[in-house]
Design a protein around this ligand. Structure first.
Ligand SMILES: Nc1ncnc2c1[nH]c(=O)n2[C@H]1C[C@H](O)[C@@H](COP(=O)(O)OP(=O)(O)OP(=O)(O)O)O1
Length: 166
């Protein structure tokens, strides 16, 4: 039985590029990723996504402009935590992405995403994101570099996925 912890992960995108941030401290140090983190006690998932984006790269996004595009789960050999990561995308936002103590943001062309310097699972589920498909992925890691097993699939509708998950 796992202890589930909920995280957010937000990607800002335009027609040709995606915004990634280089993690400067803590979990995922020196990896490029979207912006996000733990959902705090008494905080909604969407509010956490907005807060983390503001804290990590000084950009504001409205709730209505954040689209839930995927759900990821991570477990680690010998650990009882299950990381439940809610993935969002937005193309409308306010502010200029700015470096903070936690993240250094940079726009990447879709064909130049730095997978070698990202979490190993990213190259498996990013193709869904890049094709604008909704997705579910579950990954079981040994340490933080080796994926022991995984499953990824396209979803038709996030609401139906969460309704059936309960
Ligand atoms: N394997 C993998 N692939 C893609 N994305 C992620 C992972 N593992 C992850 O943790 N993530 C994402 C999920 C979150 O967006 C971040 C991790 O959040 P973290 O920085 O630990 O949370 P914060 O609340 O910001 O932590 P503090 O540093 O403030 O304590 O990476």
């Amino acid at each position: 039985m796992y202890l589930r912890k909920i995280y957010t992960l937000v990607f800002l995108r335009n027609e040709t590029q995606i915004l990634l941030g280089l993690k400067k401290r803590g979990f995922g140090l020196n990896k490029w990723n979207g912006f996000g983190g733990k959902v705090e006690h008494n905080e909604s998932i969407i509010d956490a996504a907005i807060r983390e984006l503001r804290e990590e790269c000084c950009v504001d996004v409205n709730k209505s402009d954040l689209k839930n595009i995927g759900h990821l789960e991570f477990t680690f050999e010998g650990e009882s935590i299950l990381m439940d990561v809610r993935v969002f995308s937005a193309s409308v936002y306010e502010g200029v992405p700015t470096e903070t103590e936690e993240m250094a943001p940079k726009w990447f062309k879709y064909e130049e995403i730095p997978f070698d310097d990202m979490w190993p699972d990213d190259r498996i589920w990013f193709p869904y994101l890049l094709k604008n498909k909704l997705f579910y992925g579950i990954f079981h890691y040994k340490g933080y570099d080796t994926i022991l097993n995984y499953e990824v699939k396209e979803l038709k509708c996030m609401e139906t996925f969460y309704k059936n998950k309960k």
